[in-house]
Design a protein around this ligand. Sequence first.
Ligand SMILES: [Zn+2]
Length: 187
Amino acid sequence: MARYRSAPAGEKLRESLDRLPGIGQQAAQRISDWCLYRNGGDDLLNALSAALSEPLCSSCRLRFDPRLGASCPLCAEFSRQQQPILVVQNTKTAHLALESGYSGGMFVLHGVLSPSNNVGPTQLYLDTLFERAQLLVPRTLYVALESSVEAQVTLEFIARRLPAHQIIAWDVDQLPHLIRERMHETG
Ligand SMILES: [Zn+2]
């Protein structure tokens, strides 16, 4: 009698998908089946490979369109002005800020401190943020994180490490309004 054993690379794919945030075992199985048996895999592979090849700015931690030049347009613009840095938790908030007319410095954490998920200051590249903060005039950071205990801990950690800076917490839900107000103040 023939014995079936699941193919090992497919098994690894399911495990990798299961580790993605918010996926879980059942969804990992469905996505993996879609990739391997319903021709979704090639599209996904191409899209992922293309997205990963786009340059990642080491200063703001956003990927940018290489057709616009060799360096990140956001940080190139920022270096010409002396403006505060806006620290955000994810690309969703970064895009919301930019769409709302924000034009200062940006830093994307891609997460918050979470010891139980092995996310520490290194994973969030906080040293890069602290180095950039030392060059700021005025010494102001806006921090717009989602509301959670971990986000609050992250905000406090940043404030402790930058005692000479003014750290202003921004409510993500109020972001467009806060940005309009700030842009109005600074002209
Ligand atoms: Zn940048």
